[in-house]
Design a protein around this ligand. Structure first.
Ligand code: ATP
Ligand code: MG
Length: 347
């Protein structure tokens, strides 16, 4: 029972880093590592508002719930849109992983670079609501750079491109600070929506988000690749209401995703154009780092490299880079104190 061991290890409380993402929530416990990695989604009973399922269990219900149940995604475009639901999700996942042993931890919570002060406050409030003794925030691109193992305090330009579910954040980091950042509110979930829309408009077929996401993972790409597969997608015929199957080529899926991929590339181009020349030359030499779940799209690294003429490096585990980077800040708190911002307790 991993949970019990964790509980024992953590007796008396320990420090925690949280990456509350649009698509996935990850929690890192100091001295242990990543203990929670689940989708940011809850199933709610519409009648009495009770929570029926959280995380993986709730995601399995996509496309299968009756009218009496609502699936809630408490983040939109990287920021909290339903604060109470976000708090419930974090509390539930945390207590499921480590019980009540997390009482009064120090919490580091990741915030997207492009958030407004109101959005930032709601993320901090969710962290305080878990019973933290102290809350710090860290900008996601900074956390991603640390998680990718980059030398963030050196006078060298490090470019990190984090393609998440709801946002893409591009940042250039040098000497322990974000030199410039560009955040666009598009990501992997927009790719999934494009596929739903493509099948609706081109094939008069309805598929749900779960099927569209599996299709994207299986055959989605940004650039031609060897032995491109075909895939049969099953959905509902919009006109007749009966089951329908469509055979798609990988190139069909790639064409459907292209507008989103191009928007991401444009955002990177803008970011490069705003970067001081000396730092651009560092990026040209060392390459930019690609992370976030959206970056796993096949051949996306190649497409970006071809379009922008800079080398692209992939991080080892794109889905956990941000939380691992925040976790490193907890492990080596004094070394990384300057990249953390203290958040006062709300009244
Ligand atoms: N193999 C894959 N191919 C394409 N996309 C993938 C793959 N695996 C995961 N993704 C996508 O990655 C996205 C989730 O990435 P991630 O967990 O980094 O987002 P997030 O941190 O929750 O979101 P954000 O940072 O925008 O708030 C989802 O849209 C998911 O479909
Ligand atoms: Mg993210």
């Amino acid at each position: 029972m991993a949970g019990l061991n964790l509980r024992r290890t953590l007796f008396g409380g320990s420090d925690i880093a949280i990456d509350l993402g649009t698509a996935n929530t990850l929690i890192y416990v100091k001295g242990i590592g990543v203990v929670v990695d689940e989708p940011t989604i809850l199933a709610i009973n519409k009648g009495d508002g009770s929570i029926l399922a959280v995380g993986n269990e709730a995601k399995k219900l996509i496309g299968r719930v009756p009218d009496s149940i609502e699936l809630v995604k408490p983040l939109r475009d990287g920021v909290i849109s339903e604060i109470e639901m976000a708090e419930e999700l974090v509390k539930t996942l945390l207590s499921r992983a480590i019980g009540r042993a997390y009482s009064k931890p120090r919490i580091v919570i990741c915030v997207p670079n492009g958030v407004t002060s109101v959005e930032q406050r709601s993320i901090e409030t969710a962290a305080h609501a878990t019973g933290a003794s102290e809350v710090f925030t860290i900008e996601e691109p900074m956390a991603a750079s640390i998680g990718a193992g980059l030398q963030v305090f050196e006078p060298v330009g490090n470019m990190v491109i984090d393609i998440g579910g709801g946002t893409t954040e591009i940042a250039v980091i040098s000497m322990g600070d974000v030199v410039n950042a560009n955040s666009v509110r598009i990501g992997g979930e927009d790719m999934t929506e494009r596929l739903i829309e493509y099948l609706r408009s081109e094939h008069a077929m309805l598929i749900d988000e779960g099927i569209a996401e599996s299709l994207k993972h299986a055959v989605g790409s940004a650039f031609q690749f060897d032995k491109e597969p075909q895939v049969t997608v099953t959905g509902r015929d919009i006109v007749k209401g009966v089951p329908k199957q469509v055979l798609l080529e990988a190139s069909d899926v790639r064409d459907a995703l292209a507008p989103i991929v191009n928007e991401i590339i444009e955002a990177i181009r803008i970011s490069l154009s705003r970067t001081p020349p000396a730092l651009v030359s560092d990026i040209d030499k060392d390459g930019a780092w690609l992370t976030g779940g959206g970056s796993i799209l096949k051949q996306l690294d190649r497409k970006i490299a071809e379009e922008l003429g800079i080398p692209i490096n992939m991080t080892d585990d794109p889905l956990s880079t941000v939380v691992v980077g925040s976790g490193i800040c907890l492990e080596r708190f004094e070394d990384f104190r300057t990249v953390l911002k203290s958040s006062p307790k709300p009244n």
